[in-house]
Write a protein that binds this ligand. Structure first.
Ligand SMILES: Nc1nc2c(ncn2[C@@H]2O[C@H](COP(=O)(O)OP(=O)(O)O)[C@@H](O)[C@H]2O)c(=O)[nH]1
Ligand SMILES: [Mg+2]
Length: 303
């Protein structure tokens, strides 16, 4: 296994997509060699990891396509990880993304991987993290991670990406005042997509005011308008993303937070490994039956 994994890593680093796909499968399913593969990853990578999150239907997949068009026309190499945790048993959603992305499936500068949330061992966030790190070894210019923002997940996703882009749509206009707690903290760039719709301008202005009020010494979150279906605003979106990366301050100050968050996720996932609720349930059941159950003594055994 040792030599095989070493060879696989070399192939991944040389840009072999087949090897990369194989590596991802090993990581995803925790097949033999999984640990060795991750521990063999090089310490640095020049890939820019961009997380794209937002509510279902905001146009994230359409934005990914538009970004791919933009970047491939400049000969950039891009990897896409598409995750849809909101529909764990809905293969249709995944297939939909696949069909809409098919334009790039045979592009030699594009690598696309859909990740189903079902059955991911050790937690979905940890899996995305590991897979992103593996892809980083393949030296893409950008790695786009598309995830559906549902509740807490945006905040977790922000712990994966160097730059987090939050996509919103005009329908969200009324909610701007009550933007989910945490969103302002995680967003590096806001994209108001579907700018072809009436209320887009209002949402855009509200957001601009909001980020302005929020801005501390570290500068404002950028807000851009897009019509993803027509590639409108995509150059501006790219400029906002690249602008974020070109500011050393942003990247450096985020790096420690990112690595802290990632370590925390991995440690948590590893500590919880093999601890199924069904197992807890049967052990509790056994303990209860002899009448001396104490919750706090019980949990001690697992900590
Ligand atoms: N009018 C309009 N429709 C859009 C725009 N961007 C995406 N859509 C449509 O919105 C729907 C949801 O887009 P999708 O990319 O699947 O959203 P996701 O769930 O965030 O990935 C699709 O029917 C898109 O064609 C846009 O800028 N304007
Ligand atoms: Mg999508």
């Amino acid at each position: 296994v040792q030599d095989k994994i070493k060879q696989l890593l070399t192939d991944i680093q040389s840009g072999n997509y087949k090897a990369l796909a194989r590596g991802i499968t090993i990581v995803e399913n925790e097949i033999e060699g999984y640990d060795q593969l991750l521990k063999g990853l090089p310490p640095t990578s020049s890939s820019r990891v961009v997380g794209l999150t937002g509510p279902p239907g905001a146009g994230k997949s359409t934005l990914v396509n538009a970004l791919l068009r933009h970047w491939t026309s400049q000969n950039r190499r891009i990897a896409v990880i598409a995750v849809d945790p909101s529909s764990p048993f809905n293969y249709g959603a995944l297939l939909g993304d696949r069909i809409r992305m098919s334009e790039f499936y045979n592009n030699e500068n594009v690598f696309i991987r859909s990740l189903a949330s079902r059955g991911a061992l050790g937690g979905l966030t940890t899996k995305i993290l590991e897979i992103t790190d593996l892809i980083k070894a393949a030296s893409f210019d950008y790695i786009l991670v598309e995830t559906v923002g549902v509740g807490q997940s945006e905040v977790e996703i922000a712990g994966l990406a160097d730059c987090t882009v939050v996509a919103l749509v005009p329908e969200a206009g009324d909610e701007v005042q009550t933007l989910k707690a945490g969103i302002m903290e995680i967003a590096d760039v806001f994209v108001v997509n579907k700018a072809d719709r009436d209320q887009a301008e209002a949402l855009y202005r509200n957001l601009k005011t909001l980020v302005h009020e929020k801005a501390g010494g570290s500068g404002e979150i950028l807000v851009v308008k897009t019509v993803a279906t027509n590639d409108e605003g995509i150059p501006e979106m790219v400029r906002a993303i690249d602008g974020f990366f070109s500011t050393d301050h942003n990247v450096m100050s985020k790096k420690l937070n990112l690595l802290t968050e990632k370590s925390w996720q991995i440690i948590q996932a590893k500590k919880m490994r093999g601890l199924e609720k069904s197992r807890l349930r049967s052990e509790i059941s056994a303990a209860l039956s002899n009448g001396s159950f104490n919750l706090y003594t019980f949990v001690e055994r697992f900590i």
